[in-house]
Design a protein around this ligand. Structure first.
Ligand code: FES
Length: 112
């Protein structure tokens, strides 16, 4: 997949386990989730309608996020919907923590 530039978005400690944050990179809303210390970054906008996935319920056991509007769940590792009504995946972005504890994201598939 196409890898854009890494962008520093937060300190990793700003998003504790079980929490989410919403950032914007090149005007793309991105949701970042911390699942037991592992970070995942997806498009923040649900593939079904206009809802912010970072405001949904994080399911740590399934490594999934439940959309706050109609309840579709998405696998944080793949972006694939696990339940209806969403049928399209959301994009998964690259996320990393550097040696200084800074969380950085590289957008996936933006043509950069
Ligand atoms: S907006 Fe997310 S399931 Fe409908």
């Amino acid at each position: 997949m196409t890898v854009a530039e890494w962008v520093d978005v937060a300190r990793a400690s700003d998003i504790p386990p079980g929490h989410a944050a919403r950032v914007e990179i090149d005007e793309v809303p991105v949701a970042i989730f911390n699942v037991d210390g592992a970070f995942y970054a997806l498009d923040d906008t649900c593939s079904h309608a206009e809802a912010s996935l970072s405001e949904g319920d994080l399911d740590v056991d399934r490594c999934a996020i439940e959309c706050p509007l109609h309840g579709s769940t998405f696998d944080l590792r793949t972006g694939e919907p696990l339940t209806l009504p969403a049928v399209e995946p959301v994009r998964v972005h690259h996320v990393d923590v550097d040696q200084n504890g800074v969380l950085r994201v590289a957008l996936n598939g933006t043509g950069a």
